[in-house]
Design a protein around this ligand. Structure first.
Ligand code: CUA
Length: 350
């Protein structure tokens, strides 16, 4: 019955612990209103025929309904509306109250992408990996305008607002891939602001998490400067991010794949860039460092040689931090191979 109605109403799969209950309320409301409006319509038709005017002089008799009829007409709809209200309210409260054992993921929405960050761990763009069968709480905020986090298969939808945190939670009942949509019109790219939830088996998720954490450490250990950095996780990357802001790098280079005055830093590390003379280079540590010190030496095709040299302005450790920061800017697509679902496609150097 559940499956038949779900298909009749073109509803997506029920992939969270909420989905079935919400659908059942939906069926209840829709079946009741469907039956009642059909009954009203048929009664009207019947009365049309049965009580049609039979002569020119006929007048309509005045009918006094009895008190129990009045009570029925008012009480029956009221009963159903109140019942739906209480069922809906109970479900609403459940969705608004994340369980205390939930794992947290931070969500940052911006035009037009979703960024996910795990506490003291990795982050990802447009791909949210979660363990199936676990409660997951999302703490969400926006960097620009109002967006809305919507996963149809989970039956969750929550506005994401700039300047404040909103939260929602879910429990994916089985491993799979589920579409994330933005459900609040947020500008020209609204319709492409999509991502996906990948629910993994709990062990697969743990493996992925530890692999990501090892990756973060490894990227720091291979620091090209040979300096003895023993920083907390992500420290060098944080330094690089700060230096990039201080030195004005981010005025020309974006970190989200958008084309600007200079090539984007997203997925720049080991990107194969075509230069103005037609040759192809690998954007490794050496190239990145050279480009800071002698920016006009190897200009990427399609860009102007407008970058000033940072020779003497930034020292070795700062260059290393910047390089590490650039290396950390990997979209999920590159890190783990192409995604089957709708995913963010990084803009490649042209
Ligand atoms: Cu973000 Cu619509």
């Amino acid at each position: 019955m559940n499956e038949l109605l779900r298909r009749l109403l073109f509803l997506p799969d029920q992939a969270s612990t909420f989905a079935r209950d919400i659908d059942q309320l939906h069926y209840f409301v829709i079946v009741t209103t469907f039956v009642m409006s059909t009954a009203v319509g048929l009664t009207t038709l019947f009365f049309f025929v049965r009580y049609r005017r039979r002569s020119e002089t006929q007048t309509t008799p005045h009918i006094e309904p009895t008190w129990w009829m009045e009570l029925g007409f008012i009480g029956t709809p009221l009963f159903f509306f109140m019942l739906w209200f209480f069922l809906g309210f109970r479900e609403f409260v459940r969705q608004q109250t994340p369980p205390s054992d939930a794992i947290d993921v931070y969500v940052m929405a911006k035009k037009w992408m979703w960024k996910f960050a795990y506490p003291d761990g990795p982050n990802a763009i447009n791909v949210l990996r979660v363990p199936a069968g676990r409660n997951v709480r999302l703490l969400m905020t926006s960097r620009d305008v109002i967006h809305s986090f919507y996963v149809p298969e989970f039956r969750i939808k929550q506005d994401v607002l700039p300047g404040r945190y909103t939260q929602t939670w879910f429990n994916a009942v089985q491993p799979g891939r589920y579409q994330i949509l933005c459900a609040e019109y947020c500008g020209a790219g609204h319709s492409i602001m999509r991502g996906e939830v990948i629910a993994l088996k709990p062990q697969e998720f743990e493996d992925w998490l530890s692999q990501q954490r090892r990756g973060l450490v490894a990227r720091q250990d291979s620091s090209p400067t040979g300096l003895d950095f023993a920083p907390a996780l992500g420290n060098l990357v944080d330094q690089g991010r700060r230096i990039a802001a201080e030195q004005g790098c981010l005025k020309c280079h974006t970190t989200d794949g958008t084309r600007h005055i200079g090539p984007t830093w997203l997925d720049l590390y080991h990107r194969r860039e075509k230069l103005q003379d037609g040759s192809i280079i690998d954007a490794d540590e050496a190239y990145l460092t050279e480009s800071m010190m002698e920016p006009t030496a190897k200009i990427v095709a399609g860009f102007q040689p407008v970058m000033p040299s940072f020779q003497g302005k930034i020292a070795g450790p700062e260059v290393a931090a910047l390089v590490e920061y650039i290396k950390s800017l990997q979209s999920d697509v590159v890190r783990t191979g192409p995604s089957e679902g709708p995913a963010y496609a990084p803009i490649r150097g042209r």
